[in-house]
Structures are given as structure tokens and as C-alpha cells.
Design a protein around this ligand. Sequence first.
Ligand code: SAH
Ligand code: SF4
Length: 367
Amino acid sequence: MVNLLNFNQQQLAQWFAERGEKPFRAKQLMRWMHHFGVTDFEQMTDIAKSLREKLAVEAEISLPTVQLERVSNDGTRKWLIGADTANSIETVFIPEDDRGTLCISSQVGCALECTFCSTGRQGFNRNLSVAEIIGQLAIANQSLRLEAGYDLLPAGERIISNVVMMGMGEPLANYDNVVTAMQIMLDDSAYGLSRRRVTLSTSGLVPAMDRLKEDCPVALAVSLHAPNDALRDVIVPINKKYPLKALMAACNRYLEKAPRDFVTFEYVMLDGVNDTVEHAHQLLELVKNVSCKFNLIPFNPFPGSGYGTSKQSHIQVFRDILMQAGYVVTVRKTRGEDIDAACGQLAGVVLDKTNRTTKRIPIEAIT
Ligand code: SAH
Ligand code: SF4
């Protein structure tokens, strides 16, 4: 059975064409699946009964299963979602006054081994399918809509206004599925989000950044975390393959097509590792030719990480140096900590398939 959640509108039109059906069926199906959240073909009343029956034989609309939903004291919500019997991933909703942001996972685990990231420490199992990526948005949408007391949201109203590809995994390492899922997010027949409201965060896979700029240029966040190659080689090891000079050049190329006129640099604040006055000055030197903003993320600890969170006063000094140089700097508020939903705390359940250089932390110690 083919799961229609794996297709964007163009692919669905192609699938219908191969079966002698009109391409506009794709638009109808996208609306039913994504806009109205309907998974039963029988309920799709503007589709002829004969076609509905044909669809039921050949296809399905199958969402991943929710294993657990938790709500934090601050309103942050986390879903543990089953990818298959061995693995699960996590999705987080962060409500704010002016927006509602959904943080979506792209892989079961991550192969990139950043030393301060619990997902990275867990190892890697597999890429998520398009249905599993877009299914996170569908599940969250449905749950939040029912929670707000609506069968259907009033026209123009959105509970999830923004999506960030910042959950488990490196989105650009699962390029095709992530791009297809983002195309569905942007599709007016599906979720209709603007490119400015979908942000992809990458640790800096340079060739894939160049492809993304052509295929689906959404807002870009880059996990920098260190102002020089020597340090970044250690804490973000992919830097050995794509060092800072190449990364900065890729950011500038991306800006030619980006929906915003800046790249957001994420910088996790690790006590005594990357948070000194000297690091701040090096950072200014590094980015001087790139139009950017900074998002400083206080490190969220997890057992056995070996790192501590920078002192509040150090974060302030670091921020002020960047601000005095004229940059916009935000310090990320930690949300959902009580339910382990904060940045870098997403662990899910990952059956590791790699031979890690660092010893894997038992899942029980993390979740
Ligand atoms: N793989 C992508 C996206 C997922 S991680 C990337 O690395 O960009 C989303 C953000 O959370 C990244 O900036 C990541 O470096 C950061 N992060 C990871 N572990 C963290 C931790 N323990 N505390 C705070 N931020 C963390
Ligand atoms: Fe992977 Fe991002 Fe974690 Fe690095 S920070 S290990 S790239 S999820």
C-alpha cells in the first residue's frame, strides 16, 4: 500500500496521472489530508465514490502513532512519536504571545556526533520518511486544534504559525525527504506557511546548503557554536569536512535566495569552552562579511554530557559585545525543561546502528 502522506502535490498529481485520473485530484487530496486532517477516503465527499473505492484498495493515509503527549508548566507540549517498533522521535510545540512554533525531527538520532548534543550522543538509526516528517505537523495540528475546541479552525486562523527543523537529526542529511515535507508545509492546499516562517537549522553541510537554496529556500539557521576551526573541529566535528571559511561562503551564497536577508547563527553557551570575551571578538571577526543575527542558546545539560551551562553574567557580557558591534542578538529562553523538551534534550528512543567514537549514554539516563 502506498502512503499518500509521502507525496507533495506534484508527485501526487503524477501518481493520479499514471492511473488515468485528472491532476486536480491531487489538490483535492492535499486539502483533505493536510488542511482538514481527514485520513478516511470515505469522508472525502467531493471525490466520486468510484475513485474513493479505488483509492481505498491501493492507498492509505497513515500517520505515525503518538506514544506519549506531555504538557509542560509553561505550555510547551511534547509528543513522543513512534517511527517503528524499535524507534521513536520527538516533536515539540512552543506557544508564545505572537506565534506558535513547532519543532520537528528529521532523523532517528543523528550521525554527526556534536559533543554537547544528547541526540548526537545517542547514535543514528535511520532517516524519517516524508510521511513521518509531515506527520509530526499533522499530529500536532490536530491535537492543538481539538484542545482549542475546534473541529476545524476558522478561516485564516493558525495555532502553529511557524515550523523549525530543529528537533532530532540533521535535516540536510535527509535532504530529499525534508525538502518534500517542507514543500508540503509551504503548499497553499496543505499548510500554506510562508518561507519566512519555516526555518531549517543545519550544522553546516555546505553542498546541501547550496542545493537547498535552489530547491526550497526557507529561512536558514546555522549551528556555529565556535568562532575558530580548532574549537569547532572538536565540538561540531563535521567542521573538519566543511570548515568555517567554506561555511561562511556558503551562508553568503544562500543569502542570494533566502526569504530573510540574514542567516541566524546559533551559538550554544558552554561554560568555559566557547563563552569568553576573546571568543566573542573572534566571532565578530569571523562573521564580518555575512549578514546575520545571533541566537545564543544556554546549554541544556543532560546526564553525562561533561559540559556546564555558561554563567548568566558571561552570557550577558558575550551578548553585549555582539550587540555593541551592531548585531541583533537573542538569548533563547529555555522552554519545556520540566518535560525534557528543551533544545538538545530531545532523545526519543534510538536503536544505534553506528560504531560511535564516544560511548553511547544509556537512554534511561537521558529521558
Ligand atoms: N542538526 C541540526 C538541527 C537540530 S539541533 C543542527 O545541529 O543545527 C537544534 C539546535 O539545538 C542546534 O543549534 C543544536 O546545536 C542545539 N543544541 C544541541 N544540543 C544542545 C544542548 N544540549 N543545549 C542547547 N542547545 C543544543
Ligand atoms: Fe546532530 Fe544537530 Fe545534534 Fe549536531 S547538534 S549531533 S548535527 S542534531
